[in-house]
Design a protein around this ligand. Structure first.
Ligand code: NAD
Length: 423
């Protein structure tokens, strides 16, 4: 991990030479992500304008920032004077009045390509010619969004993870037309915000979500095979994940998961499209959206500290009944393999497709972005630890589960030649 982290830092530093200094930033959208981005920028010393179209959204964004800053003061990690300074560094606005001076705009409005294209084209007309525009989209192709712009060379993806102040990763997505200066400036700004940026190339889901959805695909297959999701969560938590897949889906939001799955299925229909209804479809249709509306795979109560607490809820079993197509007996080891093989193989495909440049970056993206069990090093290190040939043989045992479980020709070649991802 330490060696991989050094490689990340070295690669990020290589961008310093051409990066422009970001003295003033702006964020569009004051929602969960926009509010978090404004807080993180301000607390790390870059003033930021926070624009929304709704007054109440701005108030919520500011409240969230002041709550986070208050927590830091309580823990003695920030003086009240510094808190006031950080709050003053977030300038809320409903108009583009002061946008002529911004060096970078992070777009964090709703996940809808038409809305994003309209907002990006609008803001492009308000900023100086060399200002960088960066979208925080989770899944939408950067090349598609770039089509709405007159200066696509100034446009990149800047994908933060939720909650922004906690998650160390930022994926910087290089579109076909993004300039090296735009990439470098965004990398430098992410570093200034205290994050670990990784530059990836464009595709649906980029690196992290592209790899995460096949993992959820394995989960969907298990639930449809009659395996109890609470057991799956326990097995995967014991394996080292901070939370099991059902709980994670509840935290992400069943609607977000549902929508993201559709985008991924359209991008990679050969392996990510599934005609059968899945557990997430069933929950979505039953309006069980997860933590956000109190019911998903689990039910959520509020604990004494005002935080959501997960409790078992038997009523979900009726919702899931129609999507259980068979009753398979599986061992705990099967559960791990049904989940981990698709995740690992998709990471291999991302490396082979050049979405990510090195094995170290791919692995660290998963550790920093989705909490891949750190002591296992990442998906590619995990394959190495099993042995590439042994991993291919393992995947072949699950071949009947579909193309997500089929090793690439290149991986078979590596197995034959005794190659590894890390030497
Ligand atoms: N929530 C997550 O876990 C997460 C993680 C990574 C990335 N993202 C991405 O971040 C983006 C924002 O997601 P969110 O969860 O913060 O959404 P959200 O619904 O909480 O916030 C979106 C905000 O955008 C505002 N908005 C809509 N149109 C606008 C416009 N024209 N100008 C300015 N503001 C406008 C809305 O009023 C709202 O306050 C999405 O693209 C999403 O995919 C979300």
């Amino acid at each position: 991990l330490s060696l991989n982290d050094q490689e990340l830092k070295r690669k990020a530093k290589a961008h310093d030479e051409i990066a422009h200094d970001v003295k003033q930033a702006a964020v569009l959208g004051a929602g969960i992500m926009g509010g978090g981005i404004a807080y993180q920028s301000a607390v790390k010393g870059t003033p930021i304008l926070m624009k929304d179209i709704r007054e109440e959204a701005i108030q919520l964004g500011l409240n969230e920032a002041s709550k986070l800053l208050g927590n830091r003061v309580e823990k003695g990690r920030l003086t009240p004077a510094k808190m006031a300074e950080a709050l003053n560094a977030i300038r809320p606005t409903l108009s583009y009045g002061d946008f002529a001076n911004v060096d970078i705009v992070v777009e964090a409005v709703v996940e809808n390509p038409k809305v994003k294209q309209a907002v990006l084209a609008e803001v492009e007309g308000q900023v100086k010619d060399d200002a960088i525009l960066a979208s925080n989209t989770s899944t939408i192709s950067i090349n598609l969004l770039a089509k709405a712009l007159k200066r696509p060379e100034n446009f990149v993806g800047m994908h933060f993870f939720n909650p922004v102040h906690m998650m160390p990763l930022v994926e910087v997505i290089r579109g076909e037309k993004s300039s090296e200066v735009a990439v470098a400036t965004t990398v430098a700004y992410a570093k200034k915000m205290g994050k670990n940026p990784i530059v990836v190339n464009d595709c649906p889901g980029f690196l992290v979500n592209r790899v995460l959805f096949p993992y959820f695909g394995g989960f969907a297959k298990l639930v449809s095979a009659g395996v109890d999701f609470v057991r799956i969560d326990k097995v995967m938590e014991k394996f080292g994940w901070p939370m099991g897949p059902a709980y994670l889906m509840d935290v992400v939001g069943i609607d977000t998961g549902h929508h993201g799955r559709d985008v991924m299925a359209e991008g990679f229909p050969d392996r990510m499209k599934d005609e059968r209804r899945s557990a997430v479809d069933a929950l979505y249709e039953a309006n069980r959206l997860g933590q956000k509306n109190g019911k998903g795979f689990y039910a959520y109560e509020t604990d004494k500290r005002g935080k959501p607490k997960k409790v078992a809820d038997a009523s979900v079993l009726d919702v899931l009944k129609p999507i259980v197509f068979e009753q398979r007996e599986v061992t705990d080891e099967d559960i791990i393999n049904w989940m981990m093989v698709p995740l690992c193989l998709e990471t291999v495909r991302c490396l082979e497709d050049g979405i990510v440049e090195t094995a170290a970056e791919a692995d660290m993206g998963l550790v920093y972005g989705i909490g891949f069990p750190p002591f296992r090093g990442g998906a590619l290190r995990y394959i190495d630890s099993i042995g590439v040939a042994e991993f291919v043989a393992l995947a072949d045992q699950y071949a009947d589960l579909g193309p997500l479980y089929h090793p690439t020709a290149k991986l078979r070649e590596m197995a034959k030649n005794g190659q590894r991802f890390f030497n």
